[in-house]
Design a protein around this ligand. Structure first.
Ligand SMILES: [Zn+2]
Length: 180
């Protein structure tokens, strides 16, 4: 009986501290978080300084890693970071919500983070945005790249704030765009 009570207490304290700060293995900042995904044994990682992300399942060459990165741009795949301590690969994060997206972009110096908002397409402009393979259907929203804002590659946090997210997106959705 006593043992069971202890178990409960331990469980509760784990629940409460699901998200905790760690030292980022990529950039050494302490703006990095690890979090156990709800109802799983998977640990997610995200650094708000360099914007690198990973999970405990990203063992180099594993099926899960291969699936996760196969549709990513070469730029992201080529800039993988190997975390020796955890034996996992980290990648630059791409975050999409219905408000906008954050993605890494190469530039003449090195690379930076770009935030671009998602905007509603006006009725009069709809015809310029047909949905491929769906005659008479048009996108209702588009990514406004021309309004993109650049952030230093050590300042992923500012891009997240601009997007209106801060801590709560480790379990991010796949961000499919709104269509009408
Ligand atoms: Zn970092």
């Amino acid at each position: 009986m006593k043992k069971q009570k202890n178990k409960e207490t331990i469980k509760n304290s784990i629940e409460k501290s699901k998200q905790k700060k760690i030292l980022c293995p990529k950039c050494n900042s302490n703006n990095c978080f690890e979090e156990i995904y709800p109802n799983t044994d998977i640990i997610g990682y995200l650094c708000y300084s360099c914007g690198y992300t990973s999970t405990s399942k990203f063992k180099p060459g594993s099926d899960i890693e291969i699936q996760a990165i196969k549709s990513q741009p070469d730029f992201i795949r080529n800039n993988v970071f190997y975390d020796k301590e955890r034996d996992i690969n980290w990648y630059m994060a791409v975050v999409q919500t219905t408000n906008g997206t954050i993605f890494p972009e190469p530039d003449e110096n090195n690379w930076h983070w770009t935030y671009a908002p998602i905007k509603e397409i006006l009725e009069k402009d709809l015809e310029a945005y047909p949905i491929p393979g769906k005659t008479g259907s048009f996108y209702s929203h588009r990514l406004a790249i021309e309004e993109g804002i650049k952030y230093d590659n050590t300042d992923f946090l500012s891009a997240c704030k601009k997007l209106g997210i801060f801590k709560d997106f480790l379990g991010k959705d796949n961000g499919s765009k709104k269509k009408s």
